[in-house]
Write a protein that binds this ligand. Structure first.
Ligand code: HEC
Length: 393
């Protein structure tokens, strides 16, 4: 029964998470665009760095950016922060419901590391906190002054974290944790750096003092990271539904490519918004496309080769499925902890298998996502037989 309510909690949290993430990313993309589309004009008021005109929803908008601040503070000042905070809170709650509540099924893979639930949850929480401390520390070293060097260091931390996670968690959980760790940095940047720095600037302006320019520079450094990390994080979050991305030990290679691809695509938009032309906006799509193809070809699993003449009997497949799938995927599952067939997928007969052909192929042949955590210890040979049967039926 508890599982039933957890499914509702999961659905509602996912709904909230997607809504808040759209609001956060939407406003942050808008402000990046706005910043880069500002142009100088004649007769701009004192202190205005540039202006931008746009049309939307039947009206015209005229925005001007004051590099430091206007002479007098406006009565009402809008802040953008709750989108980010609620994205983190809803995402973390979803992590708890999916991966901590269902730790045995989703977080732990005893063939990777034989962890207890407490150890696994402790590792997850500890690594998210430690990840922030390391990232924030790296940004505050002298290397942080050089955005490019810092970018390389942050990239290395992400790839290393991917390696670390793949050594302790199930492949699916490992990839999600890299995404969760980076997303935690992004909200941490808003919560611990960008908003507090902005508050300090406003406070000193109100007292008639000149704000410390380092505050603005630090906020800029972090918001640049947030900008380039957005697309890779979204990929990692969605990858959970695509088992071909659960590449086990090689996770660091996948993450290294995904971060690069996401950042390159983002760079295309940044450069375009700033009015760049020529090679500056022509290199990104060809390079990103080549990397995506490389990733897809590389991630393609190799299955055990069967003798071409080997006949596959229906009864062989029936045995494989009933041994390895039906325990959970039945109208009344016999596997302890399962009260309903997961995702409504019932695999009791060969007709059922045929009905879910594409999904079964994706979960058990093109990847080893199923049987879940390979709890029933399905062998590569059995996968090959099931795969051949699916290809020929
Ligand atoms: C230990 C229990 C268990 C076993 C054994 C198991 N599954 Fe699953 N299966 C699950 C769970 C849990 C989910 C839901 C995963 C999720 O929420 O993303 C699932 C989901 C699925 C899905 C739907 C995926 C989707 O999101 O569309 C398919 C298809 C599937 N399993 C096929 C299989 C096949 C084929 C086997 C046998 C080779 C198998 N499963 C063995 C627990 C199991």
């Amino acid at each position: 029964m508890a599982d039933y309510w957890m499914e509702w909690a999961s659905l509602l949290l996912r709904w909230l998470h997607v809504i808040t993430a759209i609001a956060w990313i939407g406003s942050s993309f808008y402000f990046v665009w706005l910043d880069l589309s500002l142009r100088k004009a004649e007769r701009l008021p004192e202190g205005v760095h540039g202006e931008s005109w746009s049309v939307h929803g039947g009206g015209f908008y005229h925005v001007q950016k004051y590099l430091v601040a206007p002479e007098t503070m406006p009565k009402e000042l809008h802040w953008f922060k709750y989108e980010s905070y609620f994205t983190w809170v809803s995402g973390f709650s979803l992590l708890v419901v999916t991966y901590y509540w269902g730790a045995q099924a989703f977080l732990i893979d005893s063939s990777v590391a034989d962890l207890s639930v407490l150890q696994a949850v402790g590792l997850s929480l500890g690594s998210l906190a430690l990840g922030w401390v390391i990232y924030d520390g790296v940004c505050k070293t002298p290397a942080g002054k050089d955005l490019r060097l810092l970018g390389i260091l942050v990239y290395a931390v992400v790839v290393l974290a991917a390696y670390g996670y793949s050594e302790v968690f199930s492949s699916r959980a490992a990839l999600l944790h890299v995404g969760a760790m980076v997303a935690t940095w992004m909200t941490g940047n808003v919560f611990f750096i960008i908003i507090p720095n902005q508050k300090k600037v406003v406070a000193s302006l109100k007292q008639g003092e000149i704000p410390d320019p380092a505050l603005g520079q630090q906020a800029k450094q972090r918001s640049t990271h947030n900008n380039y990390l957005t697309l890779p994080v979204l990929f990692m979050m969605l990858s959970n539904h695509y088992p071909m991305t659960f590449v086990g030990d090689d996770l660091w290679i996948l993450v290294a490519l995904v971060v690069l691809i996401g950042a390159i695509i983002r760079d295309y938009f940044n450069a375009g918004h700033a009015g760049a032309t020529g090679l500056r906006v022509r290199w990104q799509w060809p390079v990103a496309s080549a990397l995506i193809v490389t990733l897809a070809v590389w991630a393609k699993p190799t299955t055990v080769a069967l003798d071409a003449s080997q006949m596959i009997k229906d009864s062989d497949v029936e045995i494989i499925v009933s041994t390895h799938c039906t325990v959970c995927h039945a109208a009344r599952p016999t596997m302890p902890g399962f009260s309903i067939p997961p995702k409504g997928v019932v695999l009791e007969t060969l007709a059922d298998v045929q009905k879910y052909k594409q999904q079964v192929y994706a979960q058990s042949i093109a990847s080893q996502a199923m049987p879940l955590g390979n709890m029933t210890q399905m062998t590569p040979g059995e996968r090959a037989i099931l795969g051949r049967w699916l290809e020929t039926h």
